[in-house]
Design a protein around this ligand. Structure first.
Ligand code: HEM
Ligand code: NAG
Length: 497
């Protein structure tokens, strides 16, 4: 402790030099599971409005500042100071330790949306360490290896449903959004394996759920605009967002009641996410149905949107890199051949596919980072950070910094080959430490099954004229939805010119 204080004094001078007051406007970059909020500094609104209007991606501006002033960048937002920590030392120190809770102000902002309860005290948003720890311990068994292996059947079945849908489109001419299709398959999967619900979002165009989730995420993005819910002209959206939240919570309630009844009638409950959520509640002294619904929505939203974005970004990157695609198809042919049922042991053999998925998360992380609250003064990289500061971490920015990744904007899965050095606290698409993603392995198994089948069956092409930009809308997703054309792969695999 004493050494640290000493360092503070010695380095104060350096700190004042290095900690830059970034002059051009600043948002607090605030990130939630999937959710990024920027509170805008009023004084700098013109620049931000211009960026928003042009749909420019604000995080690239932050990236420029990071390259110029980093790795510690101070942001001024209203009267609060936030500090972006973009050094491996800082990431390790603050994310690996349970000492630094999530920032209440930031995560509290999505407790409700426009007055309607949203993520509440669910597993992503809960900031109190004890309350979080209790919930997490209860949820862990639903993500154990043995349990996840049991999900392979559903991953295969739902991915097959997607392949059937894609076959209908695979005439080499029809244009469709890959993002939309991926969203539907991942939604069907999470509904089934987490809650035992057959949503059939893939085949049912009338189902209200995909639209409801889109609206909720849009609402999340809009809440960062001060007084948005009182603006004339926005009333329709606000109303729709609230109705979507009510719909999701109502479905959650029905689902929970049905399950409770089944348990009471002595039916053996499957060890799925819902069972774990209910077990957690049973251990509480007072029953908290609202907290159960918080977790229903948390898992419903967090458990599919991110994976869908990862999958569609990956299709986008592959379609831009024919050599990588070819090598990947060769691996899939080699491991799977014409096999339909992908087994757990096959996943380990799809090594290059793992690399491709990791590289996709480096350049296109669906969740850009996380936010912590630091109550005591701290020195990191020789820079003194005052007490009571919001700390912002971004895998999007670090993943694109020259000093951590050579030629950072090039999509190169070999960065993640077996013998390449592992990235050292500069790559964390699932966050790190105690608050890291509980669904990481789940998501990557699911992503591999879907991608492997897609690669096995189809050739894809991007519709020309699309930007490869990112859109910040709750999560980071491909702005143009990855419009594709598909053709069945010719049976003479590997022999194409
Ligand atoms: C590619 C897919 C995914 C990505 C990139 C991703 C990313 C993340 C990140 C970055 C966090 C930390 C959020 C924060 O600090 O605010 C997180 C937390 C979380 N994720 Fe994921 N996630 C993915 C898939 C999933 C899936 C499939 C599930 C559930 C089945 C899930 C459930 C959760 C939960 C419950 C948390 C909170 C964990 C805790 O604080 O204990 N995620 N995820
Ligand atoms: C930080 O905030 C806490 C709680 O609001 C307060 O008690 C403490 O004095 C603050 N620390 C400093 C150095 O301002």
């Amino acid at each position: 402790m004493r050494r640290k204080t000493g360092a503070t004094l010695v380095l104060l001078h350096r700190a004042t030099r290095i900690t830059v007051h970034t002059k051009p406007c600043v948002g607090i970059l605030v990130t939630l599971l999937t959710f990024v909020f920027c509170s805008f500094l009023f004084g700098h609104l013109p620049i931000l409005w211009r960026m928003l209007r042009k749909r420019e991606f604000m995080h690239d501006l932050f990236l420029q500042w990071a390259e110029k002033y980093g790795p510690i960048v101070r942001l001024n937002a209203f009267h609060r100071v936030s500090v972006m920590i973009l050094s491996p030392e800082g990431v390790k120190e603050f994310l690996m330790s349970p000492q630094y809770p999530k920032d209440r102000l930031v995560y509290g902002r999505i407790f409700n949306l426009f007055g309607e309860r949203f993520l509440g005290n669910g597993l992503v948003t809960v900031c109190n360490h004890e309350h979080w720890h209790k919930q997490r311990k209860i949820m862990d068994p639903a993500f154990s290896r043995t349990y996840l292996i049991g999900l392979m059947e559903t991953f295969n079945e739902k991915a097959e449903d997607l392949m059937e849908k894609l076959e209908e489109k695979a005439d080499g001419k029809k244009e469709f959004s890959m993002l939309r299709m991926m969203n539907r398959v991942t939604m069907d999967i999470i509904a089934k394996v987490a809650f035992g619900l057959e949503l059939n979002a893939l085949s049912d165009d009338q189902t209200p759920f995909p639209h409801a989730v889109t609206l909720v995420l849009e609402g999340m993005t809009k809440t960062r605009i001060p007084l948005f819910q009182y603006m004339p002209g926005k009333q329709k959206l606000v109303k729709e967002v609230k109705e979507s939240l009510k719909l999701l919570r109502r479905v959650g309630k029905e689902c929970i009641d049905r399950r409770r009844e089944a348990i009471q009638n002595g039916k053996e409950a499957t060890l799925d996410i819902l069972t774990q959520i209910l077990k957690g509640d049973a251990l509480e002294e007072t029953r908290d149905d609202e907290n159960i619904l918080d977790n229903f929505i948390t898992f419903f939203v967090a458990g599919h949107e991110t994976t869908a974005n990862q999958l569609s970004f990956t299709v986008m990157a592959l379609a831009q890199h024919p050599e990588i695609l070819k090598r990947l198809q060769a691996e899939v042919d080699d491991v799977l051949g014409a096999k339909r049922d992908i087994g757990y042991e096959d996943l380990g053999k799809l090594a290059y596919l793992s690399q491709v998925l990791k590289e996709s998360l480096r350049l296109y992380p669906p969740v850009p980072g996380t936010v912590r609250w630091m109550e005591k003064e701290h020195v990191i990289n020789g820079i003194r950070i005052p007490a009571n500061t919001t700390l912002v971490f971004s895998t999007y920015i670090m993943g694109r910094m020259e000093r951590y990744f050579k030629d950072p904007l090039t999509f190169n899965p070999d960065r993640f080959s077996r013998d390449a050095p592992k990235p050292y606290y500069c790559y964390f698409p699932f966050s790190l430490g105690p608050r890291s993603c509980i669904g990481q392995v789940f998501a990557q198994m699911e992503a591999k099954v879907v991608m492997a089948k897609l690669l096995q069956r189809f050739e894809f092409q991007l519709v020309p004229g699309q930007s490869f930009k990112l859109l910040e809308a709750g999560t980071f997703r491909p702005l143009d939805g990855v419009m594709c054309k598909l053709k069945p792969r010719s049976p003479a695999r590997g022999c194409q010119a």
